[in-house]
Design a protein around this ligand. Structure first.
Ligand code: GDP
Ligand code: IMO
Ligand code: MG
Length: 423
């Protein structure tokens, strides 16, 4: 392996967790560099299912080191709960295999409160956030009024800084008609979590640079997906971090020259959870997948909206991320269909577009132009090699790679480790 940035090429939930877990076998270190516990990455090991929110998906492989980088926003109580949950399942989590950046920003209860209130206030125009306080936490970071892990590690300093933040945010919560927070209660809960997390906290930039010098291989675990990126996504229906490849550099302190390749993960169709434009959305496909018990959110349990593969979106994801290779997951979701649609272009009025328009109002007006592919109508979940796949499925995957402008590296035909085909 080499230093690899793994990104979601669609709207999140592409199956990144499964692919990260698979690739971690050949990596030494797995780094999360953005997002928070809005993420839900599913990994299945044997008959056990794990859903990771803040801890990198590499944690399930012994002897691998996991790093939560400076670009992540972290709720210390949520992360402690996740660690306890993993330990209860006999997964080793120690200061030897988990490190947390002292520069990571904290998610505080007022961030969650504001997230909820802003969504309520927007009513029908809501974003459909995970209500984990992600937007307000990144907002405070950019406004330079955030609190960081380093603050939490100094109880006296944290106490001094938290008071004015609670007072200011209580005034805002009050204006929304929401209940104010109790400073003492927040302080106690956070200081307790801080104490438990202290062994994991360090300067992770220095750790990663030492690892680079020692030629250890690093896998960067993207959270969310390209079209949820704060700059390149379907703004304002996005999350609040840079989910695209560049975010791995700024969110970890590893410079671009040290990155060897970018792998884009995508489903063989498209899903989106939350509001916002989705040109290839299709009710029939949604109903079919939900009927199979698939496509319910791993963080909030909401039913995901489903649609056909959107090559216009993925083509753009290829540009923005510099995708060298792709992993296509959930191919088996299409097994039962006699015919499959694949969107190659959009029509916007008289114009034909091969990349999405920047403005979401225009994107909402785009009509997908489809190619129709013959389905394979037989199960793929037992395929072990590319040659085992039906010819129509092979052709469909090749077409996806061609339209993405990247090399097909992995095809996934089920949630388990052994349902992964390296092409
Ligand atoms: P992530 O956020 O990108 O890690 O994706 P999620 O875990 O939120 O959602 C992906 C879902 O698809 C999870 O339930 C995975 O277990 C599942 N999954 C991943 N790859 C495959 C696949 O090839 N086939 C099937 N059937 N399920 C898959
Ligand atoms: P993973 O890493 C799918 C979506 C939310 C909402 C928007 C903003 O599992 O792929 P936020 O809470 O971040 O302010 O919500 O982003 N969203 C995700 N959708 N997968 C995710 O993560 C997501 N994280 C956030 O549904 O539309
Ligand atoms: Mg997910």
């Amino acid at each position: 392996m080499s230093n690899t940035i793994l990104v979601g090429a669609q709207w999140g939930d592409e199956g990144k967790g499964k692919i990260i877990d698979f690739l971690t076998e050949d990596a030494d270190i797995v780094v999360r560099s953005q997002g928070g516990n809005n993420a839900g990455h599913t990994v299945i090991v044997g008959d056990k299912k794990y859903i990771l929110h803040l801890i990198p998906s590499g944690i399930l492989r012994p002897k691998k080191v996991c790093v939560i980088g400076n670009g992540v926003v972290l709720d210390p109580i949520a992360v402690m709960k996740e660690i306890d949950g993993l330990r209860a399942e006999k997964v080793k989590v120690t200061k030897e295999n988990l490190m947390i950046s002292d520069c990571a920003h904290l998610v505080l209860p007022y961030h969650r409160g504001l997230d909820e209130q802003r969504e309520l206030k927007k009513g029908k125009g809501k974003i459909g956030t995970t209500k984990r306080g992600i937007g307000p936490a990144y907002g405070d970071k950019i406004a330079r009024v955030g609190l960081r892990m380093a603050d939490l590690m100094q109880p006296e300093l944290f106490t001094k800084k938290l008071g004015p933040r609670i007072r200011e945010n209580n005034a805002i919560l009050k204006a929304y008609g929401a209940a104010p927070l109790n400073l003492k209660a927040v302080l106690e809960a956070y200081l307790e979590a801080g104490k438990a997390l202290a062994p994991f906290v360090r300067n992770t930039v220095v750790y990663l640079h030492d690892a680079l010098k020692a030629k250890r291989e690093i896998l960067f675990e993207g959270a969310q997906g390209t079209f949820l990126d704060i700059d390149h996504g379907t703004y304002p229906y996005v999350t609040s971090s840079n989910t695209t490849a560049g975010g791995a550099c700024t969110g970890s302190g590893v410079p671009p020259q040290r990155m060897d390749r970018v792998l884009g993960v995508m489903k063989a169709y498209t899903t989106r959870v939350g509001e916002g434009p989705f040109p290839t959305e299709n009710a029939g496909l949604s109903n079919m997948l939900h009927g199979m018990g698939r496509e319910f959110g791993s963080t909030t349990g909401r039913a995901r909206r489903c649609g056909w593969f959107d090559a216009v979106a993925v083509r753009y994801a290829g540009m923005v991320n510099g995708m060298d290779e792709i992993a296509v997951t959930n191919l088996d979701g299409l097994d039962g269909l006699p015919s499959i649609k694949l969107c190659t272009h959009y029509k916007l009025g008289k114009k034909t577009l091969d990349v999405p328009p920047s403005d979401f109002l225009q994107l909402e007006k785009c009509l997908p132009v489809y190619e129709e592919w013959q389905g394979w109508e037989r199960p793929t979940h037992e395929a072990k090699t590319f040659a085992d796949l039906p010819k129509q499925a092979q052709a469909y995957l090749h077409r996806i790679a061609e339209l993405s402008g990247a090399k097909l590296k992995i095809a996934s035909v089920g949630p388990n480790r052994d349902q992964t085909i390296v092409v």
